[in-house]
Design a protein around this ligand. Sequence first.
Ligand code: PHE
Length: 344
Amino acid sequence: MSFEHEQVRIERGPRSGLPVIVAVHSTTLGQAIGGCRLACYPRWQDALTDALRLSAAMTDKCAVAGLPNGGGKTVVALPAGTTLGPDDRRALLHDVADVIAALDGAYATGPDVGTGPADMATIAERAPYAFCRPPEAGGSGDSSTHTAAGVVAALHAVCGAVFGSPRLAGRRFTVVGLGRVGADVARRLVAAGAELAVSDIDTAKQRLAGEFGATWLAPEAALRSEADVLVPAALGGVFTARTVAGLRCAAIAGPANNQLDEPATADLLHRRGILWAPDFVVSAGGIINAVAVELHHETADQAAARVLGIGDTLTGILRDATRAGVTPAAAALALSRQRLADPR
Ligand code: PHE
């Protein structure tokens, strides 16, 4: 297998002592962008593997979304059970900022699992390459609501393709993962009149199920729940040969990055007759909004219209897939390859 990444930096942060990993997969279409993830890993090597895969997915995400950007990602491997106090957090984010600054603009970061707008402002103190700072600090703010809006647009497209109507009302959805994006998607589904089941590894989130009037499920049960559409909104790697065998849904579309354990799992889903909307298409709302507002200085309404464009993009991909007799994943990757081969 070939090494695809343009550059990968791994440094032990001088302030934090933690491994800071920044992977720049591609700048073919422009500056690489991708969020900064702070998460616990058994070994730092696992964080590296994650950074390599997540940054490659960002290249496809940007290309399919039609953005003038490439893919990158930052991952900091925290030892199990770490909770960062404010001073340690600041020190770590400055370590991250220094690694990003050394890349001289090849890469810009944004929020991801474990980080938010305030952290982007901290990074920006030392590196002018951070999207989604709070509005009062000059950024476009929290990206999760825009990601959620894009997911809902994708769910309309999926329902149109599978059930012949884009209506969400009366359809059954299971949202797996109630982080910032997942909880927002759940709220929007309830508002649209959908029937909802939710789950999270954190049982404290059960409170949200009550608030939404949703059925609460344990995570393993959620993956096997009967639903029209399953919405993965937690960490990656949920679909494997084993979990795919137990699925009881017609379609899958959600914002979690890298949902498949390996690319071939898309074929398993296809053979089971389950439509899998590629995660890198569904989850692009956050970056689409940030780039529209911060790089192109568009209004909130213009940016929101671009985010909703995810629906048409996905409809086109699903149509291409049906015509060519390939999986939606293959059709989406073909679109990405085409954009990367002919940047304009
Ligand atoms: N977490 C976002 C994603 O995976 C990353 C991001 C959002 C980067 C907004 C820049 C701006 O797409």
